[in-house]
Design a protein around this ligand. Structure first.
Ligand code: FCB
Length: 468
């Protein structure tokens, strides 16, 4: 009897070889901040500044992954995941932001990578997930050009040491956040509120990315290089010219300011027009556009929610609480609550938005292969008397987003992997330990890990290579 294998494939099966993983970030999970000669990062300084983080939490211990990485890799193995996105803490490698790599810092990541490979899990490295060495911030931070050069040097140095075991390299995680939350709104480290500096920071982050990609590629052309951006569909509520312009500006700041230089080799004209009066353009040198547009092999997409915006109505213009200080040049735009259910972050749940983002990249940008490098949700979780964590809302959230991603694949999007944010509950930046995103629960008093229902459910998806 001939078996028609197609009949045995679930109709919702993802492409073969699809990556199913979770994503984490060094400062959010590692702890061990004073160990192995690690230097101070901007997040150490920021978290230790009273009033910056909810409950004045810090990442000093976090989820103690620095000591428990073996246990955490074993958890991934138990969940049957085949890839793991993690970031390397720059100040563990170069405590002062330059110079030779620290042997202890390198040793930690070598052991982690070996552990992953031993478990059959593909390491997906991010070189910068926000923990800039404080020494580089003291010298001027991302608003100055030298930081881009320092980043490229660091990237090449660590790539040289790990490239025999790691083949997938992401330069930056969400440069939007580094620039606009770090230097405009001040909600993230280093906590500066200098709109002009935030625009220079965007440019130097992108320049550092492009220089790092080119340098790593010249050492190992066969490997894969990319960047992770946080992208949002931006929609408005009317055809009113002011509302359409509000959406244009927020789309420009959130998406096109990053996508266009990386994928098309130039900043969007309308963004130049909007931002030059605020920041000038002296920081852009000849040849930078070409450097930033160094070809990439994949684009990482972090997706959480949609922005629905409108021009500020006169009666609300004085209500600064509604305005977003990170939207430089568009602080007057109102972000609307459309009444959809929200996660514990206050972010509206909108799985269709993921489909829209993936389709746009394919249709408008002719993007390289795509990976969802973060998507997930915070909800209030607790270990119940049965010793388990029942988190049906998280399962429903991730399930809906997996289905949206599958629909995009069916409609022609080249999506090759999906990393759920996140493996273990962690230090959620300015929200400290108060926002739990993990598919594995962490009791921060004991560091005990408990796989949540969502973790077991994710294991089932990974095993089936698809949602049932
Ligand atoms: C993203 C960050 C990640 C995590 C999630 C919830 O913006 O990259 O570190 O905080 O949001």
């Amino acid at each position: 009897m001939t078996i028609n294998s197609a009949e045995h494939l679930a109709t919702d099966a993802f492409p073969s070889g699809f990556l199913w993983g979770t994503a984490t970030a060094s400062y959010q999970i590692e702890g061990g901040v004073d160990e192995g000669g690690r230097g101070e990062s901007i997040w150490d300084r920021f978290a230790h500044t009273p009033g910056r983080i909810l409950n004045d939490d810090t990442g000093d211990v976090a989820a103690d992954h620095y000591h428990r990485y073996r246990e955490d890799v074993a958890l991934m193995g138990e969940l049957g995941l085949n890839a793991y996105r993690f970031s390397i803490a720059w100040p563990r490698l170069q405590p002062g932001g330059s110079g030779p790599l620290s042997g202890d810092g390198l040793g930690f990541y070598e052991r982690l990578v070996e552990e992953l490979l031993g478990a059959g899990i593909r390491p997906w490295v991010t070189l910068y997930h926000w923990d800039l060495p404080q020494a580089l911030e003291d010298a001027g931070g991302w608003p100055i050009r030298d930081t881009a050069l320092r980043f490229a040097d660091y990237a090449v140095a660590i790539h040289e040491r790990l490239a025999d075991r790691v083949a997938d390299w992401t330069t930056l995680n969400e440069p939007w956040c580094s620039a606009f939350l770090g230097y405009a709104s001040g909600h993230h480290a280093p906590g500066r509120t200098e709109p002009a500096a935030s625009i220079a920071a965007v440019h130097h982050l992108l320049l550092g990315h492009g220089m790092a990609v080119a340098a790593m590629r010249s050492a190992r052309p066969e490997q894969r290089y990319g960047i992770t951006l946080n992208l949002y569909p931006v929609t408005t509520v009317s055809d009113d010219a002011d509302d359409l312009d509000a959406a244009r500006r927020v789309d420009g700041l959130s998406n096109r300011l990053f996508l266009d230089p990386v994928l098309r080799g130039q900043y969007p004209d309308d963004m130049r027009d909007d931002l030059e009066p605020i920041a000038g353009s002296e920081f852009i040198a000849n040849g930078d556009a070409e450097s930033i547009a160094a070809p990439i092999d994949f684009l990482g997409v972090n997706y959480y929610s949609r922005h629905v915006v409108r021009a500020a109505r006169a009666d609300l213009r004085s209500d600064s609480a509604r305005h977003e200080p990170a939207w430089v040049g568009a602080n007057d735009v109102e972000k609307l609550d459309t009444g959809k259910p929200k996660t514990r972050m206050g972010w509206e749940i909108d799985a269709t938005g993921l489909y829209d983002v993936l389709r746009r990249l394919t249709d408008e940008y002719d993007a390289p292969p795509l990976y969802v490098t973060e998507n997930g949700a915070a909800f209030v979780d607790e270990v119940t008397s049965d010793g388990e964590v029942h988190d049906p809302d998280r399962v429903a959230y991730i399930d809906a987003h997996f289905r949206a991603a599958k629909q995009a694949i069916d409609d022609g999007v080249d999506l090759r992997g999906y990393f759920v944010w996140t493996l273990i509950d962690n230090f959620e930046w300015s929200w400290g330990f108060d926002r739990r995103f993990g598919v594995v629960h962490v009791d921060f008093a004991t560091q005990r890990r408990t796989i949540k229902d969502s973790g077991r459910w994710l294991a089932g998806v990974a095993a089936a290579n698809g949602v049932k």
